[in-house]
Ligand binder design. Structure first.
Ligand code: NAG
Ligand code: NAG
Ligand code: NAG
Length: 409
């Protein structure tokens, strides 16, 4: 049998793996020389932080990471910033766009924060800013060293407290995706997604102790088209919180606990907040959390709206407040909240509660909740023989299907 000679393309593809940057164009692979420090993989160019001077250990690699990022970001084509195995120490780091092309950040090693709050001036330990087309992946860990800085959090007695930086501050990222990374012991939030369009996250592991202050898993604000799926989150605050200006948000297959549950809010803390509309929370499990699914708005707030919210197929296991609307959140005002809540559906919510009030809808007397639907609710107390009940204030409730506890009206 005659052997076919390998095609020019196959030879080029092998060559591309090591030496040059290549691009597939109309069936042909185009090769061109690589910038310093870069390694090509078919149709993608790799920028390894080691080649830009990063060194594993306690010495800071911040500047090396920035150099590697700048090279990747300014590269005219598909670029991959690679963090190999090892522990790298970073102070405040901003991965600033816009970039010339879509960019992948592959973290296989561990990033460790400098544990000195005076080193941080912005909202994040690691920020991604003004990027179109970002994939953050690789299975690596972002360890923010929270335990050494939580003592500087005074938000308990001070509602105007300065927040400690988020592990990941993702601002103005369009078409962003996070896949398979671990966030450990954030200083402030683990992740804050803001001013983003089409942002997706999946396969995240977010972990901090139950008593760590304001360590929300993922906080979303001012963003459109966000999906957070298949993730395990346990922290000292909300597993996921959906703040002002969020629209078209899908949250599904989240295991949450310990923590404060999954929340829409808090809303109305600041003047003139933007509306929240279109939030779906589906197929989630809450384990030993203080709340299951919660909507919270500040007392004495400015007017805004929260509407079209669906909580569907939620299992709660030893949860204190499985279903709760709290419009008297925060203690700074005795005036009612003016956030108008409407078109909220709770469907197929089941499991056990640790408090006798399983459904607690405390709406604003000034802006009553409208069209709140309860369908197939089965919540029982953790202890046999303890009866559970529903309480409501200023809420227009429509119920159908199974109702344990019996609905309030
Ligand atoms: C959310 O889910 C709905 C219904 O499946 C879908 O139409 C919408 O595009 C999803 N949005 C995002 C951001 O994934
Ligand atoms: C939720 O679970 C149901 C039943 O297992 C499944 O059919 C549906 O696709 C799931 N939806 C999401 C968004 O996870
Ligand atoms: C409600 O949940 C309890 C405890 O899990 C279960 O025994 C019961 O069958 C459920 N009721 C309905 C109507 O599904």
């Amino acid at each position: 049998m005659a052997r076919k000679a390998p095609s020019v393309n196959i030879i080029l593809a092998v060559f591309c793996l090591a030496l040059v940057s290549c691009e597939a164009k109309g069936g042909l692979i185009i090769a061109r020389p690589l910038p310093r420090g870069a390694v090509g993989v078919a149709a993608e160019t790799i920028f390894n932080v080691l080649q830009f001077g990063a060194k594993p250990g306690n010495g800071q690699s911040t500047q090396a990471f920035i150099r590697a990022w700048n090279a990747a970001c300014n590269f005219n084509g598909k670029a991959r910033l690679l963090v190999p195995p090892g522990v790298f120490t970073l102070a405040e780091t901003v991965f600033q766009g816009p970039c010339k092309g879509p960019i992948t950040v592959q973290v296989t090693g561990t990033l460790k924060a400098v544990a000195d709050v005076s080193e941080y001036t912005g909202k994040g330990w690691i920020s991604f800013d003004s990027i179109n087309g970002l994939l953050l992946t690789g299975g690596g860990t972002f360890d923010a060293q929270g335990p050494s800085v939580w003592k500087y959090n005074d938000c308990k007695g001070n509602s105007n407290c300065v927040r400690l930086p988020a592990t990941l501050y993702i601002n103005d990222v369009q078409n962003g995706k996070l896949k398979g990374i671990k966030l450990l012991n954030s200083m402030g939030f683990h992740m804050h997604v803001t001013n983003c369009n089409f942002f997706r996250a999946q396969g995240l592991h977010i972990t901090a102790p139950q008593d760590s202050p304001n360590t929300d898993g993922i906080h979303i604000s001012k963003s459109q088209g966000v999906s957070i799926v298949r993730s395990v989150i346990g922290t000292g605050d909300d597993c996921i919180s959906v703040g002002q200006g969020s629209t078209n948000v899908n949250i599904s297959k989240i295991t949450c606990g310990p923590g404060h549950g999954i929340s829409v809010g808090s809303l109305g803390k600041l003047p003139k907040e933007l509306d929240v509309a279109g939030v779906v929370v589906k197929n989630c499990t809450m384990l030993g959390t203080t709340n299951g699914v919660r909507i919270k708005t500040w007392a004495g707030s400015d007017p805004s709206r929260a509407s079209r919210i669906l909580f569907d197929n939620i299992v709660v296991d030893n949860v204190q407040n499985p279903i709760i609307i709290d419009q008297g959140y925060g203690s700074r005002s005795s005036k009612p909240s003016l956030v108008k809540i409407s078109d909220v559906t709770y469907q197929n919510i089941r499991g056990t509660t640790t408090s006798p009030v399983a459904v607690n809808l405390m709406c604003s007397r000034q802006a009553p909740c409208q069209n709140v639907r309860l369908n197939n609710i089965n919540l029982t107390h953790r202890l046999i023989n303890v009866k559970v009940s529903a309480t409501c204030a200023n809420a227009q409730v429509i119920s159908s299907g199974i109702q344990f506890p019996p609905p309030c009206r």
